[in-house]
Design a protein around this ligand. Structure first.
Ligand code: 4AD
Ligand code: MG
Length: 418
């Protein structure tokens, strides 16, 4: 990475006609001598013997100039923005973080499972899925006043997955520790700096593992990724620290050795109720925490990441294990300063009858989950897992405020131009 200074002598045969006409955006081929540089700002320079212009870029119409462009503008030219310093650095760090995540799991004997992108089940039960169909949308076959999916490609309704968890649970019950890391899709209309319609999720799933063991893995994974980035992306992290957010390096360094705070949802609510801060959304036991609440707890109270556990069952998905109090479930969210939730996970309900009840309570149909329920009939184990939002993690690491700037081609409501 980094840039290289090239010294072109006026005696080069194409100096006047070509070298002098070079502008930002051109591609060139250079051969010469790599030598120590007497100038400031670089260790070495390339003294050119030959400069060949491979591709011209007309400066009158090339959209990127040497000045700094706004991120909003750069989003409109996703085919050119990776050529800027910021997006080059993001791409390198994103790649290094992917590598670190795979290495972390592979070193610990987790099996990488490719869970499907097209699915017939709604993992989160929230109905926020993109439909996959081959129907001609102007002429959808009907039966009893509804679309007749028996005539569609898959013979039933199909969608893009919101999470690979349910299928990961199948493999965890065959192989022990597994993980999936792939794209997931959500049709929620959230036009915020932390939501994408297509994002990548890292999802470990472990048989014979309770919530405590799950939380420990999450902390180890985060620390591993932070340490890897600090060690392997030093230049890029310096860049982010200088131009994007002057706290990122310090924050990551601290987190590698610091403990995370661990508290229950109920304790979190008590703190929020006593807070002097004016929140936009009211707080009461049973409410879903908003990012302003999550950030308040991390930034103003504990000054570090939090693992919040035991949420009310009404605000969490059907598959989470019911606690003995009958009111809360063994959920676990990892919250970090500036962003809020980056991980959502839980111990899973492993008791067949309780799970049927929970599915029914959430107005879902147990028949749709027949195979998921069978896992609770044949060698059921206490098991747990979580989903780490990869882009939110990259935001946290790089300090970039908008999630659209940490994925090469962001998909958000109203935007799929590339
Ligand atoms: O909390 P979520 O919805 O959990 C699940 O999907 C579980 N099935 C995961 C599991 O237990 N295996 O999503 C997990 C994480 C969130 O914490 C967040 O970081 C990220 O995925 N996420 C999003 N990131 C970007 N854009 C969105 N629209 C996101 N929705 C969730
Ligand atoms: Mg969540």
């Amino acid at each position: 990475m980094g840039s290289l200074q090239i010294i072109a002598d006026g005696k080069l045969p194409n100096y006047k006609d070509e070298v002098l006409a070079l502008q930002t955006g051109c591609s060139i081929k250079v051969t010469g001598l790599l030598a120590a540089s007497p100038g400031k700002g670089q260790r070495v320079e390339l003294q050119a013997d030959e400069v060949t212009v491979v591709g011209w870029a007309d400066p009158a119409v090339y959209p990127l100039q040497k000045k700094r462009h706004s991120f909003e503008f750069l989003r409109t030219i996703a085919h050119l923005r990776p050529r800027t310093n910021t997006f080059g650095a993001v791409a390198r760090v994103r790649s290094a973080m992917s590598y670190a995540i795979h290495t972390f799991f592979q070193e610990r004997g987790f099996i990488y499972i490719h869970t499907p992108i097209i699915t017939g089940s709604d993992c989160e039960g929230a109905g926020e899925m993109f439909r996959v169909t081959k129907f001609n949308l102007d002429q959808i076959p009907q039966k009893d006043g509804h679309a007749d999916f028996t005539q569609d490609f898959f013979g039933g309704p199909a969608s893009l997955t919101v999470s690979g968890q349910l299928e990961a649970e199948i493999y965890a019950h065959a192989m022990g520790d597994v993980y999936t890391f792939g794209p997931t899709f959500r049709a929620e209309d959230s036009n915020t700096s932390r939501h994408l319609a297509e994002f990548w999720m890292v999802e470990p799933e472990m048989a014979f593992c309770d919530l405590q063991c799950n939380a420990e893995l999450a902390v180890q994974l985060l620390k591993y990724v932070f340490a890897h980035v600090l060690e392997n992306c030093e230049e890029d992290m310096k860049f982010f620290n200088r131009f994007i957010d002057s706290t990122v390096v310090d924050t990551l360094e601290k987190l590698v050795s610091q403990d995370f705070e661990y508290l229950t949802y109920t304790e979190g609510i008590e703190i929020l109720l006593k807070a002097k801060e004016k929140f936009e959304f009211p707080v009461n036991w049973g409410c879903d925490l908003q990012s302003e609440h999550e950030r308040y707890l991390c930034e103003k109270v504990f000054h570090k990441p939090l693992i919040l556990v035991d949420y009310p069952k009404e605000i969490k998905a059907f598959y989470m294990k019911l606690n003995e109090d009958g009111k809360t479930v063994r959920a676990m969210d990892v919250l970090v300063p500036k962003i809020g939730e980056i991980i959502g996970g839980s111990q899973r309900e492993d008791d067949h009858d309780t799970l049927v009840e929970r599915i029914t309570e959430m107005n879902l149909n147990p028949e749709d989950y027949w195979w998921y329920l069978e896992l609770r009939k044949f060698g059921s184990t206490p098991h747990s897992g979580f989903g780490l939002g990869f882009e939110r993690l990259i935001q946290f690491v790089t300090g970039l405020a908008n999630i659209r700037d940490v994925i090469p081609f962001p998909r958000t409501p109203g935007n799929v131009s590339f």
